[in-house]
Design a protein around this ligand. Structure first.
Ligand SMILES: *[C@@H]1O[C@H](CO)[C@@H](O)[C@H](O)[C@H]1NC(C)=O
Ligand SMILES: *[C@@H]1O[C@H](CO)[C@@H](O)[C@H](O)[C@H]1NC(C)=O
Length: 358
């Protein structure tokens, strides 16, 4: 498989900064700063610097942040994060979870205090989203990309918006309520649908084949239309199933672009620097665990995106590395021990150079 990709990597290297976005999701930064004495350095001989400045120095130009309806990653946390990212010149991608805490393909609860019927939820989603998008605009940090939900392979706001229990109708109407609010509050903000198990093209065709309505009403209450969506994004991890290969990534992205003609992005990815691969098989086993493997994984993902761009004309916008500096959570939710791009004491590793290869 990899031998097919190598010529494309060469093609990628011949184009400097071929991808529009070299992204990092460093949502945990303000939490770490307030709960630990973490100091980040660009190299072992550098003075400490704010992490966003180090990322910027390595070429990151897109900051992704998660926002929950309560708890740590609140709206005020997101606003503070946005000020920091924008101050170093990054664009902003907000992942709206519509949950009091985490949300993923297997967990999408309705936030506490929200209505539990479809009509009430549509109104709540609209109001919440509208107010949130406006808050970013009014502090002078407008959002470039906003996800309506996070990893919503089976919908969100369960059970009302759960596809496998309620069909596509509820999820479609709730997504439209969020999209409509974004369009009303901030016409220049791009709307993102983000799925988790992006290595399965059949899940993509199941989800997108059912989620759109042909209704033309467009008001609050109607379903999601293709024009509500600007970007289709996937998470692409090597340690949550061995199907997440470059070949399936290529198939998935080509399917999405050729079927829907929208921009696409790898909105979350990572590669371990420490991992017991006997316990956790990786999807591209020829790539070594470690710093060089992190660089190689990203180079090969870039090669796939460049290939999509070569065929379809710059539809693959970029890559976001998930939580490169979360030193108190180095496994990042995986069964590998360490997926970070910094050492445990906050020094950038050689793999930080991956951003300049994107
Ligand atoms: C959303 O806002 C509208 C207008 O202010 C209000 O009538 C409606 O009750 C709100 N919906 C919810 C669920 O709070
Ligand atoms: C990716 O998929 C496209 C479209 O199916 C195909 O033309 C191309 O050769 C594939 N690239 C790789 C590297 O497999």
């Amino acid at each position: 498989m990899r031998s097919l990709i190598i010529p494309l990597a060469v093609f990628g290297l011949s184009l400097v900064s071929a991808l529009k976005y070299r992204g990092a999701d460093f949502s945990s930064l303000l939490l770490l700063e307030s709960t630990t004495d973490i100091q980040y350095r660009a190299s072992s001989s550098s003075e400490p610097q704010p992490f966003e400045q180090i990322l910027k120095g390595y070429g990151v130009n897109l900051a992704r942040v998660r926002i929950w309806t309560s708890g740590t990653y609140s709206l005020s946390y997101g606003l503070e994060f946005a000020k920091r990212a924008k101050a170093v010149g990054m664009d902003l991608m907000v992942a709206l979870y519509y949950s009091d805490s985490w949300a993923n393909p297997g967990y999408q609860p309705i936030p506490s205090g929200w209505p539990d019927d479809l009509e009430g939820l549509q109104s709540q989603v609209y109001n919440y989203t509208y107010g949130l998008v406006q808050a970013f605009n009014s502090q002078g940090t407008p959002i470039q990309y906003i996800q309506i939900g996070n990893e919503i392979n089976d919908g969100f706001l369960w059970p009302i918006g759960q596809i496998t229990s309620n069909g596509f109708d509820g999820a479609s109407r709730l997504l439209h309520a969020g999209a409509l609010a974004v369009r009303d509050a901030s016409p220049s903000t791009n709307i993102v649908i983000h799925l988790g198990t992006g290595w399965a093209p059949s899940q993509m065709s199941w989800f997108f084949g059912g989620i759109f309505t042909s209704e033309t009403d467009g008001g609050l209450g109607s379903g999601l239309t293709l024009s509500d969506v600007d970007l289709m994004a996937v998470s692409w991890y090597p340690y949550y199933g061995t199907q997440a290969t470059f070949s399936t990534l290529n198939a998935t992205l080509n399917f999405l672009v050729s079927t829907y003609n929208k921009d696409v992005m790898v909105a979350e990815t990572g590669w371990p620097v420490v991992c017991n691969t006997e316990a956790v098989p990786l999807s591209e086993p020829s790539i070594p665990v470690g710093v060089q493997g992190q660089i190689t994984w990203i180079e090969d993902v870039v090669a796939v995106l460049n290939s999509v761009n070569h065929i379809h004309g710059n539809k693959a916008l970029g890559i976001v590395y998930w939580e490169p500096g979360w030193t108190t959570n180095s496994a990042l939710g995986s069964l590998c021990a360490d997926v970070l791009l910094v050492t445990s004491d906050g020094v950038a590793m050689q793999s930080m150079t991956m951003f300049s290869n994107m």
